[in-house]
Ligand binder design. Structure first.
Ligand code: NAP
Length: 296
C-alpha cells in the first residue's frame, strides 16, 4: 500500500492518475475527499490534515511507501508555513518509522535552505533534513517551478491579464527552469518501488528542472501569449508589493488572491546546475514550457 499526501494538488493529480491506472493500491490522506474527483472511488481514503499528527497513524497502517507531496505556500488557519511544510513532515517521518514504512519519498524545492530569505524554503530545508536523517530509505525531489496549463498560478495570471497592464512583483529577473507537472509525475513513478529506476533512486536527491531557463518576466510573457493577450509588463517595487499583499492578507485572510510569502518566492532563483540531467536519469525528457502551453 502506498500513502499519497497532496493527491489533489498540481503534482498529486497526474501522479495519482498514473498510480491508479497501473493498479497500485493507493491510500490518500486528504482533508476533503470530494477534491479527489473521480479518483476517489479508486483509492482508499484517510481523512487527515497536516496540522493533525494524530491522523497520520491511521493513514499509515499497512503502508510500505509514502509519497509526501502535501505542503503549503501560505499560512493556513490550522498552522503556519513552518508548522505545515516543516514540522508536519518531521512528524510524518516519525510516524512512518513507527508504522514500519520502507520508503519515504519527499518533495522539497530547489534552493531550499535554512538561510533562505523565504519562509517556505527554510521550512523545506528543515523537513528535508528530517527525511535524510531518518533511518527510512528515502528519495527526495527538489523541483524548480512546477506548472500546468490552467493551474492556480496560470489562472491568477489569466485574471490579471484582464488589466490594461500586467504587474509583476520586484525585478522579474529571478531565473527558473519550469517543469511540467506531468513530467514531474513521470519522474516519481520511475523512482517508486516497482518503477524502472527504483533501485538507483534509493537515497537519491533529484533536482527536477525543465529544459529552458526563464526569468519570472519571461514566464509571465509566455503565459500572456498562451492567453492570446498582449500587455505591457510593469515591475512593481518589492516594498510596495509587500505592504499591499500584507494588507490584502490581513483583510481577506485565507481567501487572499495572493500573499507576500507567495510573491516573494518569485524573486528567488530556482535553477539547477544539472539542468534536465536528473530527470533524464529517471528516463524523462522534460518538455519546454512554450511547447506545453502551445506558444510557438
Ligand atoms: N508547484 C511548484 O512550483 C513546486 C515547486 C517546488 C516544490 N514543490 C513541492 O511539491 C509538492 C507538491 O506541490 P504542488 O504544487 O502539487 O502543491 P499544491 O498544488 O499547492 O497542492 C498542495 C496539496 O497539499 C494539500 N494540503 C494543503 N494543506 C494541507 C493540510 N493542511 N493538510 C493536508 N493536506 C494539505 C492540498 O490539499 P487540498 O486539496 O485539501 O487543498 C493539495 O493536495 C509540495 O511539497 C511543494 O512544496 C512544488
Amino acid at each position: 500500500m502506498l500513502l499519497l499526501t497532496g493527491a489533489t494538488g498540481l503534482i498529486g493529480v497526474p501522479l495519482l492518475r498514473r498510480l491508479t491506472s497501473s493498479g497500485m493500491p493507493v491510500r490518500c490522506l486528504v482533508r476533503d475527499p470530494r477534491r479527489l474527483g473521480t479518483e476517489r472511488v479508486r483509492v482508499q481514503i484517510a481523512l487527515g490534515d497536516l496540522s493533525d499528527h494524530l491522523s497520520f497513524r491511521h493513514a499509515l497502517r499497512g503502508v510500505d511507501t509514502v509519497v509526501h507531496l502535501a505542503s503549503v505556500i501560505r499560512d493556513q488557519p490550522g498552522g503556519s508555513i513552518e508548522e505545515l511544510a516543516g514540522v508536519a513532515t518531521w512528524r510524518l517521518v516519525r510516524a512512518a518509522e513507527r508504522a514500519g514504512v520502507e520508503r519515504f519519498v519527499f518533495f522539497s524545492a530547489l534552493q531550499a535552505s535554512t538561510r533562505s530569505q523565504a519562509r517556505l524554503m527554510r521550512a523545506k530545508a528543515v523537513a528535508e533534513r528530517a527525511v535524510v536523517e531518518s533511518p527510512l530509505a528515502h528519495t527526495i525531489f527538489a523541483p524548480s517551478i512546477v506548472y500546468a496549463p490552467g493551474d492556480p498560478y496560470m489562472k491568477l495570471l489569466r485574471r490579471m491579464s484582464l488589466l490594461p497592464v500586467m504587474p509583476i512583483p520586484g525585478s522579474g529577473r529571478a531565473p527558473f527552469q519550469p517543469i511540467w507537472a506531468e513530467d514531474v509525475a513521470d519522474c516519481v513513478v520511475a523512482a517508486l518501488p516497482g518503477g524502472v529506476h527504483a533501485a538507483q533512486a534509493e537515497g537519491e536527491r533529484y533536482e527536477l528542472a525543465g529544459p529552458e531557463t526563464l526569468t519570472h518576466q519571461d514566464i509571465v510573457e509566455i503565459a500572456l501569449r498562451s492567453f492570446g493577450r498582449r500587455r505591457p509588463v510593469v515591475r512593481v517595487p518589492v516594498a510596495i508589493v509587500r505592504r499591499s499583499l500584507e494588507l490584502v492578507e490581513l483583510l481577506a485572510g485565507p481567501t487572499a488572491f495572493a500573499t507576500w510569502d507567495e510573491a516573494e518566492l518569485m524573486e528567488i532563483p530556482m535553477t539547477s546546475r544539472h539542468g534536465t540531467a536528473d530527470a533524464e536519469r529517471l528516463g524523462v525528457l522534460p518538455r519546454p514550457m512554450r511547447a506545453v502551453l502551445g506558444v510557438g
